[in-house]
Design a protein around this ligand. Structure first.
Ligand code: 6GU
Length: 268
């Protein structure tokens, strides 16, 4: 708290290839994760590993350029530690972005999915950042997760997409988190598809669970970077470079959308 004058209202966690938003913040104070007590280190290519404070459209923001994943070997408690730091800094709204593979036939690479809800697969079997004694200072033992992706912000984002002429790229859908680091087998992909999952990735759900527990308003976006292979006839396969490439291709669109969302969102 003593290292920056900024007192952020909005926190943004940037997914693979989507960290450029942080560079647009005005009057920046930036900190390497390695210099922040209690912060894990980011080990993934395409994730910078800095916490950047600054102003965006008259709102004070803090941006994680690079996030932590379960597959890096961090405990879920560590991967979500920044969310509680944001809460203690006074943040009220959390924006999360990620790169995801699409299972829905209507979602193409380059499309942007507004996360309407999630399936937290690790959470369903007990890999949950809220496991262990509950810290009542942050929230209740048994927090509700219905409505964890704020409806008002989702409507606002769709409205902005229309104005910016990118509505054809956008739709709402269900995101599923799997543990990774391997991509899905075809059988796993078919299973997820039949379960009603629209896009799959390896992040986001733990952060959103911890944010919802402590009463943050949440908005989430998945940039669809590839189609998940669901057919034994299909010879294509996904790779991390391809994921980053689509990220770069659409980073401006995502950035403009998030910037306008921050500009127009109401802050208490
Ligand atoms: Cl195909 N699967 C998972 N689990 N995460 C991804 C992805 C696929 N594409 C981008 N991120």
């Amino acid at each position: 708290m003593s290292q920056t004058r900024h007192r952020p209202q909005v926190a943004i966690i940037c997914g693979s290839g989507l960290g450029m938003l942080a560079d647009t913040l005005k009057c920046q104070d930036s900190f390497a994760y390695s210099d922040i007590p209690g912060f894990p280190q980011s080990t993934v290519q395409g994730h910078a590993g800095r916490l950047v404070f600054g102003e965006l459209k008259g709102k004070t923001c803090v941006c994680m350029q690079g996030r932590f994943h379960m597959y890096e070997g961090h405990s879920l408690c560590k991967t979500t530690f920044p969310v509680r730091v944001f809460k203690l800094l006074g943040v009220e709204t959390l924006i999360v972005t990620n790169a995801a593979g699409s299972l829905a036939d209507g979602l193409q690479p380059g499309d942007i999915m507004i996360i309407k809800d999630h399936v937290n697969f690790p959470g369903l079997v007990g890999l949950n950042p809220l496991s262990g004694p509950n810290d009542d200072k942050f929230g209740p033992r048994f927090p509700a997760m219905s409505g964890c992706y704020d409806k008002g912000l989702r409507c606002l984002a769709l409205d902005i997409a229309k104005q910016q002429g990118v509505a054809s790229l956008m739709q709402e859908g269900v995101y599923a988190m799997v543990g990774g680091p391997n991509f899905e087998t075809i059988a796993e992909a078919r299973l997820l598809h039949r379960l009603g999952v629209d896009a799959v990735g390896m992040s986001t759900a733990p952060e959103v669970v911890v944010a919802t527990h402590c009463g943050l308003r949440v908005f989430g976006l998945s940039l669809i970077t590839n189609k998940v292979v669901k057919s034994y006839e299909d010879s294509e396969s996904v790779n991390h470079e391809g994921v980053l490439e689509v990220g770069r291709l659409r980073s401006n669109t995502v950035q403009q959308l998030v910037t306008e969302l921050i500009s127009r969102m109401e802050i208490n």
